[in-house]
Design a protein around this ligand. Structure first.
Ligand code: 2AM
Length: 478
């Protein structure tokens, strides 16, 4: 046991489960935790395993094969830098530090540089799948120093989730330089926000327009999970409708306060979309929807003052449920289209060479957004690695075209019934904006030139040639 394959620091649940996952695949793992008593506690709870509990970082480093691989699973933020500073003097050239926490990607870019300058290698990796994923097989999205990848590839791919007909394709591939892995994880989390909000909007429409019961919701989501929408999130949503609150004997979902919490990765994605100047509207609306949900006392006060429609849907119930399913599917396609556009913009900004087919595969299993349709996204990018927008791939063009009448019907109905559906609407507005060669920004440019002499380009003149009009004088002359 003096020659461990890998070390892990930070024995919270994710860290512990990753250690157990590695050990179960035949690796010898050295472990350490700031509160050292947790090391002995962990080792004590798992007797007979190939684990080495260490009581200092020096002991941990000394127990590793070369090049040393040390995975940090500590709280994102200054704790990672503190730990890195403690570890650095103990390491030798070529050793590899791995950050598996939810770090903000600019930190990962900075850390990769600092660590490489010290002659070491760095990996910042997204790990998704929650506690169960960490134990049984997460989706792993590594980026950082490319020279580190061959040394950890086997371990990472062995512990990751597997997909494919023979269950042997790992949901783990090298993503790209410095912060690329953490960026892809951030986009995963943002898309997760969008997916969840879309499901909640479908629920809200069906609950309010049709008055579906929780038993009916179980059947609807069960049905949806057998088709195009098949995914982890649809599956757990279905199961939520079966759970009874022991205290009241009623459905637990109806007892839960409608105030959503957030840890910030969805917000990071939206903020960076604004920095890049790309419209990631669904994720942003999903973040705002959580913010509005948080203003629950204010909403309860406003409800007494602000009125709106109160009617129900009067058409065919089964047909409307199917229309909502199609609206959800089309909106979800737009959300992923936006996510991949943001990834491409970030890749251009940070000079990452991203493989979008591989990224879809990383999200195919193990993680929260795992879904059947990521297979179709993978096929689209494999067919055309430079695909400009998912909506332009034949498969997805056909899918949204087919869903369009239902999608519009659902959104129009929700508007008439006064039901808030920010993500459904954002998706359709994005689709309708993206598919138009001409938008009203001609008028906007005229306004900017009118009040601020900001100039404008003309349709009938070469791009880059700027024009200005003295609008007040021109008005008098016209
Ligand atoms: P602890 O058990 O000593 O609190 C999740 O919080 C994990 O990160 C825990 O294992 C925690 O250790 C660890 N952690 C938090 N801050 C840390 C720091 N500054 N240095 C090392 N580990 C830290």
């Amino acid at each position: 046991m003096s020659q461990c394959d890998i070390a892990l620091v930070g024995l919270a649940v994710m860290g512990e489960n990753l250690v157990l996952n590695m050990e179960s695949r035949g690796y010898h793992v050295a472990v350490f935790n700031r509160t050292v008593s947790k090391v002995d506690d962990f080792i004590g709870r798992h007797p007979g395993k190939q684990l080495k509990g260490c009581h200092s970082l020096k002991e941990l480093v000394g127990s590793l094969k070369s090049p040393r691989k040390i995975m940090m699973m500590v709280k994102a933020g200054p704790a990672v830098d503190d730990l890195m500073n403690e570890l650095r003097p103990l390491l030798s050239p070529g050793d590899i530090l791995i950050d598996g926490g939810n770090s903000f990607f600019p930190d990962t870019i900075r850390r990769t540089k600092e660590i490489e300058q010290a002659g070491l290698l760095f990996i910042g990796t997204g790990v998704s799948g929650g506690e169960e994923g960490a134990l049984k097989g997460p989706s792993i999205m590594p980026g950082g120093s490319p020279a580190a990848w061959p040394h950890v590839k086997e371990i990472f791919q062995k512990i990751s989730a597997k997909v494919g007909p023979n269950n042997d394709v790992p949901c783990c591939e090298w993503v790209g330089n410095d912060g690329a892995g953490q960026y892809v994880k951030m986009v995963h989390n943002g898309i997760e926000y969008g997916d969840m909000q879309l499901i909640c909007e479908a629920y809200f429409i069906l609950k309010n327009a049709l008055g579906l019961t929780n038993e009916e919701f179980y059947k609807v989501f069960d049905e949806w999970n057998r088709g195009e929408l098949e995914s982890y999130l649809i599956e757990i949503t279905r199961d939520i409708f079966t759970v009874i609150d022991p205290e009241t004997g009623e459905h637990l979902v109806d007892k839960i306060l409608d105030t959503a919490q957030q840890k910030g990765t969805g917000k990071w994605m939206s903020q960076h979309a604004l920095d890049l100047g790309v419209p990631t509207t669904l994720v942003t609306e999903a973040v705002y929807a959580r913010c509005l949900s948080g203003a629950q006392p204010a909403r309860v006060r406003a409800e007494k003052i602000l009125s709106g429609p109160t009617g129900k849907y009067t058409g065919d119930k089964a047909k409307f449920i199917e229309a909502v399913r199609q609206a959800l599917y089309a909106s979800k396609i737009c959300s992923y289209a936006q996510g991949f556009v943001q990834l491409a913009a970030a890749a251009a900004e940070f000079k990452w060479e991203l493989n979008y087919g591989n990224i879809s595969l990383l999200w195919r299993g193990g993680c929260i957004i795992r879904a059947r349709f990521l297979e179709d996204i993978k096929k689209a990018f494999d067919k055309n690695p430079k695909l400009e927008n998912l909506l332009l791939d034949d498969f997805f063009t056909t899918a949204v075209t087919k869903a369009q009448p239902s999608w519009r019907h659902v959104i129009a109905t929700a508007a008439e019934l006064g039901l808030p559906i920010p993500c459904f609407s954002a998706a359709l507005s994005y689709f309708d904006g993206y598919r138009r060669g001409r938008l009203p920004a001609n008028l906007l440019q005229a306004q900017r030139d009118y009040f601020g002499a900001h100039t404008y380009e003309r349709l009938d003149k070469p791009r880059g040639e700027m024009f200005h009009t003295d609008w007040i004088r021109a008005r008098k002359l016209s």
